[in-house]
Design a protein around this ligand. Structure first.
Ligand SMILES: CC(C)(COP(=O)(O)OP(=O)(O)OC[C@H]1O[C@@H](n2cnc3c(N)ncnc32)[C@H](O)[C@@H]1OP(=O)(O)O)[C@@H](O)C(=O)NCCC(=O)NCCS
Length: 158
């Protein structure tokens, strides 16, 4: 049902610009970063994670296309983390464009990813999700993912 195609340079540049903006906004909403500094911090983090851009070893940036190749339906970024004896596949981003959601595309992406992880000898697939992203949490729970690390906070009025 899907095809994963390496991002082109223009696709990657758009992806980085949008991801930094969205990531900064999520941190501001979550109260973890100040608005004035958030975009700079987001770009700095992305630059550290992807020092060689599309050619960064162990990182994979993919466009998600429907099987017929007619429509680009989303984007995917994952990597292999090798700090432990057996690597884990970490998903930095999965995004299905709004008009294509609830049609099983993310399910197909994760079926593919989990197969890739197993073939590479990884012991699991892991990811981070913000606490207010209930749609993504519902999706991951349905696929059998469980919370391994929960950060809780109580905001005080300024
Ligand atoms: C989360 C996301 C990737 C899911 O993609 P999708 O292609 O719509 O997911 P699927 O169609 O494969 O959904 C499979 C099942 O997951 C659950 N699910 C998916 N989206 C859901 C939602 N918005 N609310 C509740 N359950 C949801 C449902 O059980 C769904 O099955 P159903 O449609 O038969 O009820 C998509 O909503 C998205 O791109 N969100 C914005 C980006 C994002 O938050 N990414 C995750 C960052 S951690």
């Amino acid at each position: 049902m899907i095809r994963l195609v390496p991002m082109s340079l223009p696709e990657y540049q758009l992806f980085v610009a949008r991801s930094a903006k969205d990531y900064a906004a999520e941190h501001v909403r979550a109260g973890t970063w100040e608005a004035g500094d958030a975009l700079r911090r987001a770009h700095a983090e992305l630059g550290e994670l992807l020092p060689q851009g599309l050619d960064t070893p162990d990182h994979f940036l993919r466009s998600v296309w429907d099987a017929s190749g007619d429509e680009r339906v989303g984007e995917l970024w994952y990597c292999f983390q090798r700090a432990q004896a057996r690597p884990q596949l970490f998903v930095y981003w999965i995004g299905i464009d709004e008009k294509h959601r609830r049609r099983g595309f993310a399910t197909d992406v994760f079926e593919r990813l989990e197969a890739v992880a197993r073939e590479a000898g990884a012991h699991r697939v892991a990811l981070h999700v913000f606490g207010d992203n209930t749609a993504a949490q519902a999706f991951y729970s349905r696929r059998g993912y469980r919370a391994t690390n929960i950060v809780m906070a109580k905001d005080f009025a300024r």
